[in-house]
Write a protein that binds this ligand. Sequence first.
Ligand SMILES: *[C@@H]1O[C@H](CO)[C@@H](O)[C@H](O)[C@H]1NC(C)=O
Ligand SMILES: *[C@@H]1O[C@H](CO)[C@@H](O)[C@H](O)[C@H]1NC(C)=O
Ligand SMILES: *[C@@H]1O[C@H](CO)[C@@H](O)[C@H](O)[C@H]1NC(C)=O
Ligand SMILES: [Zn+2]
Length: 540
Amino acid sequence: MRSFLPLFALLLGAGGARADRYHPADPGARSAAVNRAELNSAFWTSEAQAAIEARLAQRESKQRARNVVMFLGDGMSVPTLAAARTLLGQRRGATGEETKMHFETFPTVGLAKTYCVNAQIADSACTATAYLCGVKTNSGVIGVNANVPRNDCAASTDAGTHLRSIAEWALEDGRDAGVVTTTRVTHASPAGVFAKVANRTWEFNAQVEEHGYDTERCPDIALQLIHKHPGNKLKVILGGGRRNFLPEDIRDEEGSRGRRTDNRHLINEWKQEKEDRGVSHQYVWNREQLLQANNSLPDYLLGLFESSHMQYHMESNKETEPTLAEMTEVAIRSLSRNENGFFLFVEGGRIDHAHHDNLVHLSLDETLEMDAAVARAAEMLSEEDSLIVVTADHAHVMAFNGYSLRGRDILGPSRDLDDDGIPYMTLSYTNGPGFRSHINGIRPNVTAEDGYSNGALEWLSHVDVPLESETHGGDDVAVFARGPHHSLFTGLYEQSQLPHLMAYAACMGPGRHACTGAAAAAAPLAFLTVLVLLTSLFIQ
Ligand SMILES: *[C@@H]1O[C@H](CO)[C@@H](O)[C@H](O)[C@H]1NC(C)=O
Ligand SMILES: *[C@@H]1O[C@H](CO)[C@@H](O)[C@H](O)[C@H]1NC(C)=O
Ligand SMILES: *[C@@H]1O[C@H](CO)[C@@H](O)[C@H](O)[C@H]1NC(C)=O
Ligand SMILES: [Zn+2]
């Protein structure tokens, strides 16, 4: 029966039936949720005219960007954006597709190519190196160039392979820097801010020593964060991952054991180091303490809210877990005390985890949580002097598909059925966990499963290729920018250009700067210096 359907469709197509075989007829179109105003052509033409006016009225600040905040949605693919904005609108009772997330209103949008030196499809380590250090490298390594093969401790001790991140450029320029994430603070994306490591899994000492390597030569990521430049200069560090900082015989505040086998208590060492430098500091491990710290900010703030990653927002204990927006707000308030400005990295890190586990509702919600954090930052920082860039490291293989009518539940099945008349989901994955065996060649009806009808957050959509963990995608990711020199971020370009563009707008780091005033003043000075030198040569 199944194999005859395409033939039947082909015959229909050849016979000139109204619907072509690529785009089936749409008998239910009239029952769609439709905004009556949209029936009117004037609705669309005036929407477009208003957009033109808004673009023409837009000013682009040509000031130096004093502050730079980079938001990274880990695994936040373009289909993830479309699905998340639809969910946002539907939560507000609208059809959803027309909704915009806050960062989708930013004046400039571009696309970044995410491949790495040795990988068609990237991981979060080589991409962090690209978008924070400005150099593409090998999959799995962080803060070192592609001369370092993954896991090669010896190669990574060559200082010539080490890269400096935009946080280091900011610190050198007298600005402050900070990191906020919903993952372990030692995870690949945040580690791009401060670590130089040949294997992203070397988050604590035992992972390095397991390979027979010495942490003196190849320090683990937690150790680098607490004791090495620039980790030890970061004014704000907020996220999860306590276990990588604690000895294995010590239980943290919530009862989980540490992972370190070198008996080092890096949280205490962090406090001691600040003590020795005579700077005020505070370690917090829950939301209430964070909000208290917000009332009298220390010079240095370390917040570790979970043993491992922070909880998914929809499943979180609201007493202990701050939201990404709250962490972002405290970080910005803290860093804003430096008149020279700051660089802040904020990661919505679990968009990626939820995709890997085929938990699409959680992934979209984590995207919306990051959007709320962007909105908070945009409220606190002026477009005149603060650049905000929002992007992703790599894509995922979630598909947004079918021919549903307008306003259809984004988390539900498509309106149309497969060739056997079985429903399929609007959002599903090319690969990953959640494969269901076909019965007599026919897909099971997943919408008949209890998990689906109960709306369980842990219910899995269907996939084509069974895999324990859904994979990343190789497509480009979007880049949104607001603030000084935002138009630099338009176009399609290598992901590794991002920190260079941010540094250009902020007039810091190596390379060319936007501050032409300063450059113009510097040029005659350089000319004069050469003249003086030449003169002195001749006089001799
Ligand atoms: C990276 O380190 C982890 C943990 O020590 C190990 O399991 C993995 O095999 C290493 N990766 C490579 C490519 O050697
Ligand atoms: C932090 O403190 C400021 C100033 O008192 C306040 O406006 C803000 O709401 C606080 N933020 C949080 C997350 O509590
Ligand atoms: C699939 O399951 C849903 C929910 O139980 C049911 O309404 C629908 O009729 C089923 N479709 C088929 C083709 O079995
Ligand atoms: Zn991932």
